[in-house]
Design a protein around this ligand. Structure first.
Ligand SMILES: *Cc1c(COP(=O)(O)O)cnc(C)c1O
Length: 384
C-alpha cells in the first residue's frame, strides 16, 4: 500500500540520520543496576535521583494501599475516583510546598496541558524558554494560544518580547531544564511577571525532591514562594520514584482547574494504592536528608573527574550532567560502546534537544556508589 511506503520511507530516513528510536526491555527491578538482554548494566539514565523507586518502605506502602483500596480508582476524580488517599496526599503536598492548595494529575504531561489550556486561549500570548519540556509547548498548541519562545535563560530578551505584546498572559519555564540540568532565573522572572501582571508557571519535575529545603524544589532553592511563583507543577515519577503529578497554587486557581482542566476532568484518577506509595516516598524524602547530601557529593565527584579528563560538560549543579557529543550518529555509537562496557547512558537526540547538540544525558542517583561513578569516568575516557 502506498500509505505504508510513505511510512517506511520516513523511518528509513530517520535511521540514516541516527534519529531512530527503539525500546530496550528491562527484565528486573528499577534501580542503579538493571538487567537488559541478560546483561547487567549500571544505569546512568534514570530520573530516580534519590533511589526511591525500589525503597522497601515505598513498596510496602503500595502493597498496603492495594489491600485497602483495591487497584484501579474506577473513575475520574469528579465521578467517583477521588479517594481518601488522594485527598490526604493533596493536603500533605500543600503543607510541604507552602501553597494554599494542590491538585493531583495522572501525569506531568497531562498537568501541563491542563494548566495551559485552563489559563490561556486564542487571543493570549504565552512566553516559553526555548528549552522547555515538550509538554509545556504542546499545552499552548492545544489551548490555541500564541506561543513566543525566548532564548534559553535570557530574561532581558524575554522582557523585550513581553513589552511588545499587550496580550501577554503567562510565562512558563522548567525550573531545572530536563536535558541540560541548569536552573531557570526564577527571581528575575518573578520580578518581570509581577511588574507586568502575568502568570508565572514553573514546571519543577527535576527540582522537586532534589533542590531546596527538604527537597521542596527550585522555588524553595531560590527562597521564593507563592507570591513570586503563583503556579507550580511537579511530578512523582522522578525524584519520588513513583508516578503521577500535582499542581500547587491558590484556592482560586485549583478550583478553576477542577472546572476547566480537561486533562484532569476526562481521565481516570491515579490508583489510590499508587498515591499511598507517593505519600510514603514524600515523607521519607523529606526525612532522609542524607540522600540529597550524598547526591551532592557524587555530583561534585563526577564533575571533578570529568573536568580532569577534559570532557565537555554543561554548567549544571543538578544530577543531570549532559555530555554534548553533537552528531546524532556519534552519540549513538558512544552510547553503544558504553553499553558494551556495562553502562546504560541513552543517547538523547533531536527533536528532544536542538539539532547539533545530541548528547549523553548522564543522571546521577543517591543510590550510586563512588566506585560506580569512578568506573563511569574511566569508561567515558575510553569511549569518547
Ligand atoms: C518528565 C517531565 C514531564 C512529564 O511528566 P510525566 O509525569 O512523566 O508525564 C513534564 N515536564 C518535565 C520538565 C519533565 O521532565
Amino acid at each position: 500500500m502506498r500509505r505504508d511506503q510513505i511510512l517506511a520511507e520516513r523511518l528509513k530516513r530517520r535511521r540514516e540520520q541516527g534519529l531512530y528510536r527503539s525500546l530496550e526491555v528491562v527484565t528486573d527491578r528499577q534501580g542503579v543496576e538493571v538487567v537488559v538482554k541478560g546483561q547487567k548494566l549500571i544505569n546512568f539514565s534514570s530520573n530516580d535521583y534519590l533511589g526511591m523507586a525500589s525503597h522497601p518502605q515505598v513498596i510496602a506502602a503500595m502493597k498496603r494501599g492495594a489491600d485497602r483500596y483495591g487497584i484501579g480508582s474506577g473513575a475520574s476524580h469528579l465521578v467517583s475516583g477521588h479517594f481518601q488517599s488522594h485527598a490526604e496526599l493533596e493536603q500533605e503536598l500543600a503543607e510541604f510546598v507552602g501553597y494554599e492548595r494542590t491538585l493531583l494529575f495522572s501525569t506531568g504531561y497531562q498537568a501541563n496541558l491542563g494548566v495551559l489550556t485552563a489559563l490561556s486561549s486564542r487571543n493570549d500570548w504565552v512566553f516559553e524558554d526555548r528549552l522547555n519540556h515538550a509538554s509545556l509547548l504542546d499545552g499552548v498548541r492545544l489551548a490555541g494560544a500564541n506561543l513566543k519562545r525566548y532564548p534559553h535563560g535570557d530574561v532581558s530578551a524575554l522582557k523585550s518580547l513581553v513589552e511588545e505584546q499587550p496580550q501577554a498572559c503567562l510565562l512558563a519555564t522548567d525550573g531545572v531544564f530536563s536535558m541540560d540540568g541548569d536552573l531557570a532565573p526564577l527571581p528575575e522572572m518573578a520580578d518581570l511577571a509581577r511588574c507586568r501582571d502575568l502568570w508565572l508557571y514553573v514546571d519543577d519535575a527535576h527540582g522537586f525532591g532534589v533542590l531546596g529545603k527538604e527537597g521542596a524544589g527550585s522555588i524553595s532553592h531560590f527562597g521564593l514562594g507563592p507570591k513570586h511563583v503563583p503556579i507550580v507543577m511537579a511530578t512523582f515519577g522522578k525524584a519520588l520514584g513513583v508516578f503521577g503529578a500535582f499542581v500547587a497554587g491558590s484556592e482560586l486557581l485549583i478550583e478553576t482547574l477542577i472546572q476547566q482542566a480537561r486533562t484532569f476532568i476526562y481521565t481516570t484518577a491515579l490508583p489510590p494504592a499508587l498515591t499511598e506509595a507517593v505519600r510514603m516516598s514524600l515523607a521519607l524524602m523529606q526525612r532522609e536528608n542524607w540522600r540529597r547530601e550524598k547526591l551532592t557529593d557524587l555530583i561534585a565527584r563526577f564533575r571533578r573527574g570529568a573536568s580532569a579528563l577534559g570532557l565537555n560538560l554543561i554548567d549544571s549543579s543538578t544530577p543531570i550532567q549532559p555530555l554534548i557529543v553533537g552528531d546524532s550518529l556519534r552519540a549513538l555509537e558512544v552510547s553503544r560502546s558504553l553499553q558494551a562496557k556495562g553502562f546504560w547512558l541513552s543517547a538523547i537526540r533531536p527533536p528532544t534537544v536542538p539539532v547539533g547538540t545530541a548528547r549523553l544525558r548522564i543522571t546521577l542517583s543517591a543510590a550510586h556508589s563512588e566506585t560506580q561513578v569512578d568506573r563511569l569516568l574511566e569508561a567515558l575516557s575510553q569511549s569518547l
